[in-house]
Design a protein around this ligand. Structure first.
Ligand code: BGC
Length: 741
């Protein structure tokens, strides 16, 4: 879908070409009436660099609100919250003169070791797409464009600028493209950022199928495709394939290549026009949307803190040890209590306007707090001495609040982890503290999943605090003291051991190739299919109150399935429950995960209160990608629907009949007898021809031999049947023509 812009009508070829690459690190080119616009990172805060620029978060940037990164925010499972954060980011971007914020990242957490998981929402495509679309809608309502990234199959950092993600189309469509499709179709982002990597051998930036046939022709995208910073290998191939804007600018080097190619016909003028028009339209749209905005940083900090509070997941709370009474004598242990880890490293690194420090916040909420550092993340102090001090502190306390997690050196953009273990000194610290007998509450800060089996076996309570942004310290203290009731739930499975993870044998790349060999089975889809024990399942999170589910009602409708369930707060505190709906189709014609998340919502209830949580399980989300027909297909038949508190805590199940897409069987030379027999219309036409030619397929003959004749014959293609001779006209029917039934 090429847009024509009146603004480019009078431009020279050289001017058009120059629009298609940046003028500098963060700005586009100004040409004639077309203004330059400013793009910047993204996604959980504004990384606005005053001078120069870098894409690794090395240089300084202006202060901005640091909202929870996606790994934290996703745990709130709230599209409303994601939308409000998008709006707040839009206000900060407007105030800074930024027209495009480089986010959200909707790649999937295929493997817990992937270095950039902290910047992505989930292992699940439906959740990632819904949160991403809400975030983009909020942002763009402020007149600032989004750049949904990294398109696509960029699920690891290792060798990311060369490696090829080898994926079959069904997996690509149903998992990795799905969140992008949702964002593009529902939220119409102004830009899409193509990734560094190759997909099945072809760089994303040069992938015509991806950038043109799929994104524009199928999904109707009408914005700008921008390259990830430095992702263009072959400028001419990229523009031809559908890339509009190459970033950052490289002093005219790419323009010269493109101009020469356009002049001698190696680059089509249509592609040059497409890119120039798209960039011109973006710049004009951005200028029209410019407005004066004053940012209320206090209000944004309050929002960051509210978001952090909703994003904390309580994984364990033995004997209701939490919340803690303010009179308890508390030993706060761990470097992260004093030097919180609240965001990831790399291009998304924000310079926060302020940071709530957990230790300080705890001191205002509890009367008796003692602190010991316990460990360092940079090995700068003697580990044994720190442990000894921590043990002495714990021995004097009634409860230990132990902050564990990953430091900035241990996970970041740019590299993957080779383990999911907590650092050894932290594990050792946990053991020696456990030996004191003082009950331990663990607070975890990290972007990627860590193995929790040792923690779960030792701690009385665990708060998964992920990365929570600048308001995280206050949010954690509120939850510990009970001023806030935790309501977050995990958006990534915590496996028992690294050997259990779906991509264990295929991660990371080898010889610049990453085989997505586990196919459709990542995250909960994998653990459920293999019936593997997990430490904490996808979707898990407790509350200081309890919820009961009743009266599941399911109804098929034009748009999919309406699922409704009554949720009652059966405890003594107000609380929020995230209600999840999983769908399975055990009799599917194709291999499918046992059950998959297809919808979710949240309800906030006073003690004793009930409400009906209703969700539309969208038709598009129930469909599978049919490789034979090259189309999304919704199967007709019964679907199992589970209302659940987590992927492993299914509260109610039911089934509902759905009328799907009727796809006539295309009968060709390679259609098998089994496929014909399974299709009544085809069987009616074809079987008589076969019977006439062969004297009849005598299934009864098989019976006498004690064989299931029909199963034996099922895999024979029609063309081969015809070869046996005397096919009663079948050959004529198949000869060059396909019949539809
Ligand atoms: C990252 C992008 C980022 C860009 C600009 C790249 O290295 O992959 O996510 O938006 O740099 O900083």
């Amino acid at each position: 879908m090429t847009k024509t812009s009146p603004a480019t009508a009078d431009l020279t070829l050289a001017e058009k070409v120059s629009l298609a690459s940046g003028a500098s690190f963060w700005k586009t080119e100004a040409v004639g009436a077309i203004p330059a616009i400013h793009l910047t990172d993204g996604p959980h805060g504004l990384r606005m660099q005053a001078d120069g620029g870098d894409h690794l978060g090395l240089g300084g940037s202006l202060p901005a609100t640091c909202f929870p990164p996606a790994a934290g925010l996703s745990q709130a499972w709230s599209t409303a919250l994601a939308g409000r954060i998008g709006e707040a980011l839009g206000r900060e971007a407007q105030a800074a003169g930024v027209s495009v914020l480089l986010g959200p990242g909707v790649n999937l957490k295929r493997d817990p070791r992937a270095g950039r998981n902290f910047e992505y929402f989930s292992e699940d495509p439906i959740l990632s797409g819904a949160l991403g679309a809400a975030w983009v809608t909020g942002l763009q309502a402020q007149g600032v464009g989004a750049s949904v990234k990294h398109f696509v199959a960029n699920e690891s950092e290792d060798d990311r600028m060369r490696s090829s993600s080898e994926i079959d189309e069904r997996t690509l469509r149903e998992l990795y493209l799905r969140p992008f499709q949702r964002v593009v179709e529902d939220a119409r982002p102004w830009t899409v950022m193509c990734s560094y990597n190759r997909i099945n051998g072809v760089y994303a930036a040069e992938n015509h199928w991806l950038l043109t046939r799929l994104l524009r022709d199928e999904w109707g995208f009408d914005g700008v495709v921008v390259s990830d910073w430095g992702a263009v290998d072959d400028k001419v191939a990229a523009v031809e394939a559908g890339l509009d804007l190459e970033m950052p600018g490289n002093g005219g080097a790419s323009d010269a290549l493109a101009l020469a190619a356009a002049e001698d016909g190696r680059l089509s003028l249509a592609a040059v026009d497409r890119a120039a028009n798209a960039v011109a339209e973006l710049a004009l749209r951005a200028r029209a949307a410019r407005r004066e905005v004053t940012v209320d940083h206090e209000a944004h900090h309050a929002l960051a803190r509210e978001a952090a509070s909703q994003s904390i997941a309580l994984l364990k709370n033995e004997d209701g040890i939490l919340p803690l009474a303010r009179e308890r004598r508390i030993a706060v242990i761990g470097e992260f209590a004093e030097q919180p880890r609240y965001q990831g490293g790399g291009s998304s690194h924000v310079n926060p306007t302020r940071v709530d420090v957990p230790l300080e916040e705890l001191r205002t909420r509890f009367d008796r707090v003692e602190f010991a550092r316990g460990f360092t993340t940079d090995d700068s102090l003697d580990a044994a001495a720190l442990r000894a001090e921590a043990v002495a502190t714990a021995a004097r306390a009634e409860v230990v609040v132990l902050f564990l997690g990953l430091g900035a050196r241990q996970e970041s953009e740019g590299f993957d982890r080779d383990t999911i273990e907590l650092p050894a000194d932290q594990r050792e610290l946990l053991d020696v503290l456990a030996a004191t007998g003082t009950p331990i509450v663990v607070v975890l800060s990290h972007g990627g999943v860590v193995r929790l089996a040792p923690v779960a076996g030792t701690a009385r309570a665990i708060l998964a605090a992920a990365l929570l942004g600048q308001g995280g310290g206050a949010a954690i203290a509120d939850v510990l003291v009970g001023a806030a009731n935790p309501s977050g739930k995990l958006t990534e499975t915590v496996p028992e051991r690294i050997e259990d993870v779906p991509a264990y044998l295929n991660f990371p790349s080898e010889n610049s190739r990453i085989l997505y060999g586990e196919g459709l089975h990542i995250g909960h889809r994998w653990y459920d299919a293999r019936d593997l024990a997990v430490t904490y399942p996808f979707g898990h999170g407790l509350s200081y109150t309890t919820f009961a589910y009743s009266g599941l009602e399911l109804a098929a409708c034009d748009d999919g399935i309406t699922a409704a369930v009554r949720v009652t707060n059966t405890g003594t505190r107000a609380g929020r429950e995230i209600v999840q709906f999983y769908v399975g189709k055990p009799d599917s014609a194709v291999r499918r995960p046992v059950r998959e998340l297809k919808g979710f919502t949240d309800v906030t209830l006073q003690p004793g209160e009930s409400v009906t949580a209703t969700v539309l399980l969208r038709r598009a989300d129930l469909a599978y990608w049919d490789l034979r027909n090259g189309a999304w297909t919704l199967e007709t038949g019964e679907y199992e629907v589970h209302a659940a508190a987590s992927s492993r805590d299914i509260r109610l199940s039911g089934s509902v009949a759905v009328v799907g897409d009727e796809r006539p069987l295309i009968v060709s030379r390679s259609t098998t007898l089994g496929e014909i027999m399974a299709d009544p219309a085809a069987a009616e036409t074809i079987l008589p021809l076969l019977a006439a030619g062969t004297g009849g397929v005598d299934a009864a003959a098989g019976d006498t031999l004690g064989m299931d004749m029909m199963r034996m014959l099922a895999s024979i293609p029609l063309a081969r049947v015809a070869q046996f001779g005397g096919d009663g006209g079948l050959s004529a029917l198949l000869d060059g023509t396909a019949a539809e039934h």
